[in-house]
Structure formats: structure tokens, C-alpha cells
Design a binder for this molecule. Structure first.
Ligand SMILES: C[S@@+](CC[C@H](N)C(=O)[O-])C[C@H]1O[C@@H](n2cnc3c(N)ncnc32)[C@H](O)[C@@H]1O
Length: 426
């Protein structure tokens, strides 16, 4: 293990700490062979920190007295931050870290209402999610701050408290037997207030898989492991790590595929150079659906095809809820290239497609898009919304006019075109 304990505390001081504070929650080893007492969580620690933590940064949300923070330092983590909403526990956690001479940073943070600052290689949220009022909202808040792994320890629907709840409600033995295989979230009554200790939620492993892997595209892999602690289980979600992402974005029929083919085929080297595609690099062409199928955790250079009208095609309505956009939070370098194509040209391309579309729903969708292209103002509003969203994600914004031979536009030139568009009807 990486760290050796360098305490400034005397044995008497440590004994006094143990006498005066209630610290027996998770068993933390202290100097002079003493310990806080409490639950032995070494099994969970071995399970979640099985890889190499050397040089990594770790954030423990709901850290209590900081057992897992100590474990992370002991296993070589470079930076460890523990956050909790309980000020008194944080005070005690600071005393324990000082006693052990470990450089753990403890911060007060209520994850339901406050923002996380910074990026972390590993984020752990153990036995917290099922106590929260808005657990899925909290997951969405956390995911952008994870670089490599998000680790959850959870109460599932087969845990004794959930099972008791189900029995009381006459759930059949078959349902109770199959429950972990079903995508279920059991909603408890939150009896924590009258000390019966029932969680607010019980997530089945399949429900967690659907939330993290099906409804979102941020993770390439999910491992479900049995934790051995109070019938809990551990979910380790491996975040996609894209080194260099270039999004080729535009409205439907704006010429994204053609531009990507020409970029990938080396046909427009001057444009490739402008958008940061060096000739010595290998680029992988992906779009939202194939990205989701990709199990590779690490991706080097990705050219990503994105239709900026997608949130209205799949009913997400906003980019924040559109899984095709989860890739932005997975990328270190982010460039968004937005294509400008004369709306008249896009209408000419779309009209025949609408005439021949087999399904009524597709015809209706194309008719809506055509109406938007013809009105100008709404189209300009969608472009502006897109650019604002990408800027908020710290992406570098570039613009290409694809109405004819592709040429770079400055942002001012692009904005000028949008202003004109607002007063134009096709
Ligand atoms: C059941 S304990 C789990 C402690 C530790 N993670 C473990 O697994 O042993 C839950 C911890 O989450 C903290 N917590 C609960 N709600 C929170 C919130 N909204 N924001 C931050 N911490 C919270 C509690 O104060 C408590 O320390």
C-alpha cells in the first residue's frame, strides 16, 4: 500500500478522541493499533478499489466519517475529497484524517441542492442514492464530473426491508423471487423519520442498467457485483473517455454525411486542418446509435455525426436530456462544427424524400421540418439554442458553409446569416 501513517498525535490524544466522540460507524484503523470500531467495510473497499488507484483523484459523496477516503489514500490516490451534508460528521472526519496524518479534503455539500466542483477519476456514492429525494437528478448532476468510474452501492429490491414491504403488500413469491431481474424501482415510504430505517427507494440492478446504459450514453460498461454488505450490491459504471471529439453538426439534410465522407477520405485537407484533424491521426466516424453500441472505454479521435434536430425527433426536446449529446461530457477536447446550408437547398433535398417516405409518421416529421425551414425564424432559433448549449459545455465552436464548396465561416458571418434568416421566408 502506498501510504505510511505519519501521525503527530500521541497515544493519549487518540484514546481521548475515542472516548469523547462517537466514531463507531465504519471501522477506521488508527495509530497505536487503535480503531474507531464499527462495521468492517474492507470487503466493499476491496471490491470497489480493486484496480490501481495510483495517482488518481477520488470523490466520495456521502462520506460519513471517511472510511473510504482513508482507503483511497492508503491505496495510492493522489487527491481525495469527501463530501457530506452532515457538518458534525465532517468535523469528526477531519479529526480522524488529522489523527492519521492523511491529506483528505472534507467539504460540506448537499448533493441534492449544491453543485460539485472539479473533475474526478473515480466518484463513489455508497449507500446514499436510495436515501435521496431526487436520485436520478443527482446521478445526472454527478456524471459530468466523472472521468473514469462511477461506483454506487445500493439497496436492491431483494434487501430485507424491501422484501418486508413487498410481503406486506401481498406481492407473490414469484415476483419477489424474480425481482432483481426486473427493471424495477420500489418506492419506499421513507420511514427513516420514525426510525424504522426504510430507504426511500430500492433500485433493482436492471433498473440501474436501464438508467445508466440504456437511457444515457455516457458509460461504455457496467459491472454489477454483489457486495456482501447488508444485501447491497455494487454497480461500477465505466465512463467513455474520448480524447478528441469533433462533432459535425447540422440540421436534417444539411450535408453532414457528405462532409464527413470527404473529411474521412482526405478530400478536403484544408478544412480538416481548420477543424483540428491532423493527417497523422486516425479518426473514427461515429453517430449516436453506433457510439452507444461501442464497448470500448477509451476512444482516441472521434468524428461524430449529429443532427441538431434530434431532440425533437426522439422527444427529448432539450439537449440536456438527449442521449446523443452525452458524448460531450465524455470528451477531453471538444470541437463542434456547425454546418450552414441554404434552407432553400435543404427544402429541395427534403421534398422528394417526404413524397416517397413509406411511413406516415416519417412524412409528418419531414413536413414539420420543411415548415420550419420555410419559416426561417424558428430555424434560426434552433441554431442559436444549439450554439448556446455547446458553448455551455466548453466546446470550441466552428462554422462551415456547405451550401456550395465547403468553406469556413467566422462566428460573426454565421450570426449574420441567422439574422438574415429571421426575416426570410423560403
Ligand atoms: C448511509 S450513510 C453511507 C456512508 C458511506 N458512504 C458508507 O457507505 O458507509 C449516508 C451518508 O450520506 C450522507 N447524505 C445523505 N444525504 C445527503 C445529501 N443530500 N448530500 C450529501 N450527503 C448526504 C449522510 O449524511 C450520510 O453520511
Amino acid at each position: 500500500m502506498a501510504d505510511a501513517v505519519k501521525t503527530k498525535w500521541t497515544r493519549e490524544q487518540v484514546e481521548n478522541l475515542l472516548k469523547t466522540e462517537q466514531l463507531a460507524y465504519q471501522k477506521i484503523e488508527l495509530p497505536y493499533g487503535l480503531s474507531t470500531g464499527g462495521e468492517d467495510r474492507s470487503d466493499t473497499s476491496d471490491l470497489i478499489f480493486d484496480g490501481d488507484l495510483n495517482g488518481k483523484s477520488v470523490l466520495d459523496i456521502g462520506c460519513y466519517l471517511g472510511y473510504f477516503c482513508h482507503e483511497a489514500v492508503r491505496r495510492g490516490a493522489r487527491k481525495v475529497v469527501g463530501v457530506d451534508a452532515n457538518e458534525n460528521r465532517l468535523r469528526q472526519a477531519r479529526l480522524l484524517a488529522d489523527c492519521m496524518g492523511r491529506p483528505i479534503e472534507y467539504k460540506s455539500l448537499n448533493i441534492e441542492e449544491e453543485e460539485i466542483t472539479g473533475q474526478f477519476d473515480v466518484v463513489i456514492l455508497l449507500n446514499v442514492l436510495h436515501h435521496l429525494r431526487n436520485p436520478i437528478g443527482v446521478l445526472d448532476k454527478i456524471i459530468p464530473h466523472v472521468n473514469e468510474r462511477l461506483i454506487l452501492e445500493l439497496a436492491g429490491p431483494s434487501s430485507p426491508k424491501a422484501d418486508k414491504l413487498l410481503k406486506k403488500m401481498w406481492a407473490s413469491w414469484w415476483l419477489r423471487y424474480r425481482i432483481n431481474k426486473l427493471p424495477l424501482i420500489i418506492v419506499g415510504r421513507d420511514m427513516t423519520v420514525n426510525r424504522k430505517g426504510e430507504q426511500k427507494f430500492f433500485f433493482s440492478p436492471v433498473a440501474i442498467k436501464h438508467i445508466l446504459m440504456e437511457q444515457r450514453s455516457s458509460f461504455a460498461r457496467l459491472d454489477i457485483l454483489s457486495s456482501g454488505f447488508k444485501n447491497r450490491y455494487v454497480a461500477v459504471a465505466w465512463k467513455r473517455q474520448v480524447e478528441n471529439l469533433v462533432i459535425i453538426s447540422g440540421t436534417t439534410s444539411s450535408g453532414k454525411s457528405t462532409l464527413i465522407d470527404r473529411l474521412m477520405g482526405g478530400k478536403i485537407p484544408e478544412i480538416a486542418a481548420e477543424i483540428g484533424m491532423r493527417p497523422d491521426q486516425e479518426w473514427r466516424h461515429l453517430s449516436p446509435d453506433p457510439l452507444k453500441e461501442t464497448k470500448d472505454v477509451k476512444l482516441e479521435n472521434v468524428l461524430y455525426h449529429y443532427d441538431i434536430l434530434r431532440p425533437w425527433n426522439n422527444d427529448a426536446r432539450i439537449y440536456q436530456c438527449e442521449q446523443g449529446m452525452d458524448v460531450l461530457d465524455c470528451a477531453r477536447e471538444r470541437t463542434v462544427v456547425t454546418l450552414w446550408t441554404d434552407p432553400k437547398l435543404m427544402c429541395e433535398r427534403l421534398e422528394p424524400e417526404m413524397q416517397t417516405a413509406k411511413h406516415k409518421s416519417r412524412q409528418r416529421r419531414l413536413a414539420d421540418i420543411l415548415a420550419m425551414y420555410r419559416s426561417g425564424e424558428e430555424l434560426a432559433r434552433r441554431y442559436e439554442y444549439w450554439a448556446d448549449y455547446c458553448r455551455g459545455k466548453n466546446a470550441k465552436l466552428l462554422f462551415i458553409d456547405c451550401s456550395d464548396k465547403p468553406k469556413m465561416l467566422t462566428e460573426n458571418q454565421w450570426r449574420g446569416k441567422l439574422e438574415k434568416l429571421k426575416h426570410t421566408e423560403v
